[in-house]
Ligand binder design. Sequence first.
Ligand code: G4P
Ligand code: NA
Ligand code: NA
Length: 194
Amino acid sequence: MKVLEERIRQEGLILSDTVLKVDSFLNHQVDTRLALEIGREFGRIFADEAVTKVLTIEASGIQFAMATGIALNVPFIYAKKKKAVTLSEEVYSAPVHSFTRGETYQVSVSRKYLSPSDRVLIVDDFLATGAALVGLVNIVRESGAKLAGVGCVIEKSFQEGRRLLEEMNVRVHSLARIASMSPGEIRFIEESAI
Ligand code: G4P
Ligand code: NA
Ligand code: NA
């Protein structure tokens, strides 16, 4: 998505070879028009999947899941993160290890909102190590729902998330794919090369 790549070039702050800050338009302050355009793009990409629900994880996936839900005219769900391992019968849950925070938390979704008749599209802001997204895929599988795919706004292709998801036979589509970056330089994987 060209407009997204341009914004990343203009406003993204590359803090190291692995961390990109996009707080001015995606992640903290949110450009609402861009978020809606991102939702429409995911809607077009996954139009043939008969999606019934969009799923994300709190917090920074929520605006894109909402925009995608609007585009597809379906509800969205955000999985909740909990520190305590209070496992309950009422939720589907998966452990997620956060490499950035060095801790494991529990991600959960109420059983009321996913069922085998659903076709779920997972949406998130970043595809990095894939830890959080693998947790969401496992939740969808536990529910018996069909997984339509995973849509990510920004993929850091030099990290292992995409490979992990593809190994689970998941269709992955990212709107901006970063081949490499370092302070002062960012390279995208061209869409024509995908
Ligand atoms: P993921 O690939 O499945 O997202 O999992 P990973 O464990 O690698 O990422 C941990 C968290 O860090 C995720 O946020 C992810 O969106 C975020 N993240 C990873 N790389 C970057 C980056 O380069 N820049 C920014 N700004 N964020 C990054 P989260 O756990 O979903 O938390 P939240 O921020 O949404 O609350
Ligand atoms: Na996120
Ligand atoms: Na995040």
